[in-house]
Design a protein around this ligand. Structure first.
Ligand SMILES: Nc1ncnc2c1ncn2[C@@H]1O[C@H](COP(=O)(O)OP(=O)(O)O)[C@@H](O)[C@H]1O
Ligand SMILES: [Mg+2]
Length: 352
């Protein structure tokens, strides 16, 4: 697939050095560990003739700032979702890139801040009337209630983690006591407020958007109905990450739901909701939207993932492969490079 760029930019892939450490430790224990995304991107773009460097982000930040400042590539491919494993640093890495006037792929620091604090994102959804589960935020000593949230079951989540960290089979509760137990355990374990949400019974649908302005990739469904009896139908941490331990969980496969694709009014409703959500959080380049679709055909936005995981087996790359025209993993990466290169840079105020 040709790109609109006249020449191939030189690229530095920025990622959290912690990923190397985790992988090395797993290999040392004799475990299998898939190739890191930074290496998948390096391999794929190198094959396509790009000059690629990698920069593993390590604290202390002073040294990292110098390394970024000295980097002379045309583009930083930013897949740095954490620093030293701390996911709350993702938005600040983007701020550093912005302050140093670096051109980088994916969303800027504001979108990352808004989307990764689920309580902030949901307040914006309320303002923009984007359909999302009713919610309350419970911090130690401070509750922001929502009068509409008045029935069980609810799901209790940390406001600011991803990859289903802190979300598991115990997260869906149907009484006040179990709810408060989950809330307190989230306060203790994650030192952050808990987000209590109306539980949406429905199909689990992921929607990818790509480009500026974005186009929608085909939906990917994760069929959670085959989870073992007694497990809530959610993509909790056991289901996302422990499937290799449990063959039953593996049965829960991801695919393009043809019935949804064929339902033009529903697809148009989904398109409107995700495009509006994209704008409301000021996202750019690429993002994945996690939705639940009720039996009545109402889509609810569960959360937004700017800079979603770019593993070649993950939902975003899978959706690109299923797009028309089909985009291979390399095509997808080149498209992300292209949209980041064509995007206007921020005008500098005053002297540099
Ligand atoms: N309000 C909800 N109703 C039903 N299921 C939910 C709700 N919130 C989360 N889930 C389930 O939990 C999963 C993980 O929640 P999510 O908010 O996307 O967290 P993460 O950022 O860790 O991916 C979702 O993919 C979905 O299966
Ligand atoms: Mg999610």
């Amino acid at each position: 697939m040709p790109t609109k760029l006249d020449t191939k930019p030189t690229i530095t892939i920025l990622y959290d050095a912690e990923e190397d450490r985790v992988r090395e430790q797993a290999l040392a224990r004799g475990e299998k560990f898939p190739a890191l995304v930074c290496n998948q991107i390096e391999e794929s773009l190198t094959k396509r003739g790009y000059t690629i460097k990698k920069l593993a982000a390590n604290p202390p930040v002073k040294k990292l700032v110098r390394q970024i400042e000295d980097d002379n590539s045309d583009l930083i491919f930013n897949i740095c979702e954490s620093l030293g494993g701390d996911g709350s640093e993702e938005r600040r890495i983007a701020s550093v890139l912005e302050l140093l006037d670096k051109r980088f792929t994916g969303s800027g620091s504001l979108a990352l801040t808004l989307a990764t604090d689920k309580s902030l994102a949901k307040k914006l959804f309320d303002f923009h009337q984007i359909r999302s589960p009713d919610f309350a935020i419970i911090a130690p000593g401070h509750v922001e209630g929502n009068p509409k949230l008045n029935s069980f079951p609810v799901i209790v989540k940390p406001i600011a983690t991803d990859a289903s960290i802190g979300i598991n089979a115990k997260s869906v509760v149907d009484n006040f006591q179990d709810m408060m137990e989950r809330v307190f355990s989230i306060h203790q374990e994650f030192q952050c407020p808990a987000l209590v949400e109306q539980y949406i019974d429905g199909r689990e649908i992921y929607i990818g958007l790509l480009g500026n302005p974005p186009t929608m990739l085909p939906p990917i469904e994760w069929d959670l109905s085959k989870l073992p009896d007694g497990m809530p139908r959610i993509a909790g941490s056991e289901v996302k990450w422990d499937d290799w331990k449990n063959p039953e969980l593996k049965a829960a496969k991801e695919f393009v739901p043809e019935d949804l694709l064929a339902n033009e009014p529903l697809m148009s409703k989904i398109r409107d909701i995700v495009l509006y959500t994209w704008k409301s959080l000021q996202i750019r380049d690429y993002a994945r939207f996690d939705l639940r679709l009720t039996a009545e055909g109402e889509p609810y936005v569960i959360e937004v993932n700017p800079n979603p995981w770019l593993d070649r087996s993950a939902e975003f790359a899978m959706a690109a492969r299923k797009a028309k025209p089909e985009m291979s993993y390399g095509d997808l990466l080149e498209k992300i490079v292209e949209v980041a290169m064509l995007r206007p840079m921020r005008e500098k105020n005053g002297k540099s």
